[in-house]
Design a protein around this ligand. Structure first.
Ligand SMILES: Nc1ncnc2c1ncn2[C@@H]1O[C@H](COP(=O)(O)OP(=O)(O)O)[C@@H](O)[C@H]1O
Ligand SMILES: [Mg+2]
Length: 335
């Protein structure tokens, strides 16, 4: 199948459910939008929620490729893998800016209406540059999650900061854009957008950088108005299964949790911590239930599951030797 628009089978008259809309946004490529987006989608599905997903990065289409890989794995391996209801919104072909923008807004609203009315969540992956579609998506978000690589260089996605004094010289264009879209949303439907910044690829190697980033993001969160999520560590497990369309959460389910490494458990915890940052009661309830089920399973099976220690969150430099879906399934890196 060439067209990654995986599902359009929702009747127009479906009852409105009003999904919670999460936009992964950051005007910088390679910061972890697609990676966090796909882990959010799969973890929400695995917790039992229905999820719609939208790719507005029509140039890269990473999320769409990932989901197509997932579908292929499901068919080839004959394993049931929960899937989101996925749509792709293309850039407008119109040459006149005002016409193109109008066209894109219409395309976006139509696609959102199709998936938001019948799912609990909608997760939107956006491109790493400023596009009109991305602005529109931000204005329809309930939550914007901005992953940033854990380095001083990436702070400029949020603001220009004086490295010596930690003073904010000026907020970034992206921060201003989020602010504008908060106003646009409030004007449109009186709703609010919650902005969460998530540090990604956390490493224990450079403790000084880590401390600096903690201090800088806390300072910025007060000044610019976002919350800071605990973030994802640098882990091979977050990228190695892209070509299979899988995540660490699928391994947990498909192996029944049998031979999980500490790194897998720590990675799953990081994904759940991100979900908890959303502060949505239904999610917290589902996580608590999932944990109870896991504990029941663990106590029914001997030997006991490994205990998570401080060192499990350490940076990995070698591929995790975790379980695979099948013996010979290829494990390759995401591009
Ligand atoms: N926490 C992480 N640990 C290891 N690799 C990561 C992590 N987050 C992202 N990556 C890798 O970094 C690259 C860029 O991530 P991606 O999610 O595609 O960024 P974006 O969508 O913002 O451009 C990908 O190769 C991805 O696999
Ligand atoms: Mg991407």
């Amino acid at each position: 199948m060439n067209d990654p628009v995986l599902s359009f089978a929702v009747p127009e008259t479906a009852p409105m459910k009003k999904a919670h809309v999460i936009v992964l946004g950051n005007e910088k490529g390679g910061s972890g939008k697609t990676t966090s987006g796909m882990h959010l989608i799969i973890s929400l599905l695995r917790l039992g929620f229905s999820v719609g997903s939208m790719d507005i990065d029509s140039r890269q289409r990473s999320l769409s490729r990932y989901l197509e890989n997932r579908r292929q794995t499901m068919l080839k391996e004959n394993v049931p893998l929960p899937q989101p209801q996925h749509v792709v919104v293309q850039k407008s072909p119109f040459g006149v800016v005002s016409e193109a923008e109008e066209d894109e807004r219409e395309r976006f609203v139509r696609a959102l209406a199709r998936i938001a009315g019948v799912n609990d969540f909608v997760v939107i992956d956006s491109p790493g540059n400023d596009t009109h579609l991305s602005r529109v998506a931000h204005a329809y978000a309930d939550t914007v999650i901005t992953p940033i690589n854990d380095s001083f260089v990436d702070l400029d996605v949020l603001a220009t900061v004086d490295g010596q004094t930690m003073k904010i010289i000026k907020p970034s264009i992206y921060s201003e854009m989020v602010w504008e879209q908060k106003l646009a949303r409030a004007k449109r439907d009186g709703g609010s957008i919650e902005w969460i910044v998530m540090r990604n690829r956390l490493s224990n190697i450079d403790a000084k950088n880590k401390r600096f980033m903690t201090q800088a993001t806390q300072e910025l969160s007060r000044r610019i108005g976002f919350r800071v999520a605990p973030g994802f560590s640098e882990r091979v497990i977050f990228r190695e299964m892209f070509l299979q369309g899988l995540t660490v959460l699928d391994i947990m389910e498909t192996t029944g949790g049998g031979s999980l490494s500490l790194s897998h458990i720590a990675a799953r915890q990081e994904v759940r911590d991100l979900l908890k940052t959303l502060r949505i009661k239904a999610i917290d309830d589902h996580i608590a239930r999932a944990r109870e089920d896991e504990e029941d399973k663990e106590s029914a099976e001997a030997p006991a599951a490994p205990v998570l220690t401080e060192s499990t969150a350490a940076t990995e430099t070698t591929p995790a030797a975790g379980p695979r879906l099948t013996q010979d399934a290829p494990v390759e890196m995401a591009s």
